[in-house]
Design a protein around this ligand. Structure first.
Ligand code: ZN
Ligand code: ZN
Ligand code: ZN
Length: 404
């Protein structure tokens, strides 16, 4: 067996050698048949459960053979009392001869007062916290002042077990950790991914600030809700880095907003009337961060809101490594300066109609999803403007549909 992990205070140097870790210690905790056992080795031994290598029983294996194999107390000849006085479980005896599980239960019942008034969720929380594989970790967690304060507020019923109540608390790691724990134990509903929840908050605020400029707000809301929010919500890959995914979405939305503001300020125009020349000018004037609008421009074309534009890659000049630093594609940059005339409204209508027709080839569940999205989106009425009468409002293709 490997040397146990050091716990707590560093060991004082003494003149007794622990027979397990072979450190020189000032004080031993127990004298077992195998030799003197120091405090940290005792704690590790009293929390180790497994198969006894001699009798094959599955229980506390505090003892060790000379070659380090696990032994139960009986086979190792250990007579130290390692039975809980309260529940009888084989375990390290903490306060009052009680095991960690019994200590957690007693302390939480006192703090959370699950019976006054009766709250089934709190009763269940105590049972589940006492049943974790290492109840000692719950004792350590409860002793942290921030946690202790929160638990006390729950006990006095000043802090309700609801997301709204937790949102109203000053934000802290302790609040989020407790929230995660309550969600994990199903005492509070799962609000979904916390990064996604934060992204939604951010988006609402962002759209609020753009509210007075509908020609900017509407295209941004379409892009943010129909494309980004939808893809983030549809994510069913638990390993996906949602922190990263929501950051990228924020950056694309922010940069798209900057572009629309630039169009308004510099050319007194909107995205619906943008020309290839204006787009080229925007991309060539600023830093390479501006090419982040690529997805916005391309999504509008894919969704049938706008015609296709060329958004070339550019040589990274100021972009930090790894961020949109792509190899230039000569065949794309070559066409950059060729401006395209603005699209006549009638042609836009034709494009949208064609796109709509081609979408009806999608499998039924895709079409249904498109309709759902339309029914659920929260866009104001003015959003209908870019879509000609008689056509379905644009929808973001799913990643699968986009590749088809
Ligand atoms: Zn030791
Ligand atoms: Zn045994
Ligand atoms: Zn116990």
């Amino acid at each position: 067996m490997t040397e146990p992990r050091r716990r707590g205070r560093p060991r004082t140097i003494g003149d007794i050698e622990c027979s397990r870790c072979h450190h020189m210690v000032a004080k031993i905790r127990a004298r077992w048949p195998e030799g003197d056992i120091c405090g940290p080795c005792f704690t590790t031994a009293a929390r180790t459960y497994g198969l006894c290598s001699f009798c094959g029983a599955q229980r506390l294996v505090a003892g060790q053979t000379p070659t380090g194999e696990a032994l139960c107390r009986d086979c190792a000849g250990i007579t130290t009392n390692l039975d809980c006085d309260n529940c009888g479980r084989e375990a390290e005896r903490l306060r009052g001869g009680h095991c960690a599980r019994c200590v957690v239960t007693a302390d939480l019942e006192q703090i959370l007062a699950p019976h006054h008034p009766p709250d089934m969720r709190l009763k269940r929380l105590i049972v589940e916290l006492a049943a974790v594989p290492r109840p000692e970790s719950i004792i350590t967690w409860m002793r942290q002042p921030a946690t202790a304060a929160l638990l006390t507020l729950i006990g006095t019923r000043e802090l309700q077990l609801s997301h709204d109540a937790f949102d109203a608390m000053p934000p802290s790691k302790a609040v989020e950790h407790l929230r995660e724990m309550l969600v994990a134990h199903r005492m509070m509903p799962d609000r979904g991914d916390r990064y996604l929840a934060r992204f939604e908050q951010w988006l609402d605020q962002r759209l609020q600030t753009l509210h007075d400029t509908p020609t900017v707000a509407t295209p941004i809301e379409q892009f943010a809700r129909w494309h980004h929010l939808r893809r983030l919500r549809e994510n069913d890959d638990p390993t996906r880095n949602m922190d990263n995914a929501t950051r990228c979405a924020k950056q694309e939305i922010t940069e798209a907003g900057r572009f629309l503001t630039w169009l308004l300020d510099e050319h007194a125009t909107t995205i619906d009337n943008v020309t290839q020349g204006q787009l080229d000018a925007y991309l060539s004037e600023g830093t390479t961060t501006r090419t982040t609008i690529r997805n916005f421009i391309q999504w509008r074309a894919r969704a049938g809101i706008a015609p296709r534009f060329k958004v070339p890659y550019r040589v990274a000049r100021t972009t930090p490594p790894g961020l949109h630093a792509t190899t230039p594609r000569p065949h794309q940059t070559r066409h950059r300066s060729r401006p395209r005339p603005p699209l006549h409204p009638h042609r836009r209508a034709v494009i949208a109609a064609v796109r709509h027709a081609s979408r009806s080839d999608l499998p039924t569940h895709h079409r249904r999803r498109h309709q759902d999205t339309h029914a659920n989106h929260h866009l104001p009425r003015r959003s209908a403007r870019p879509h000609p009468p008689g056509t379905t409002p644009p929808v973001s293709p799913t990643p699968r549909a986009a590749g088809q």
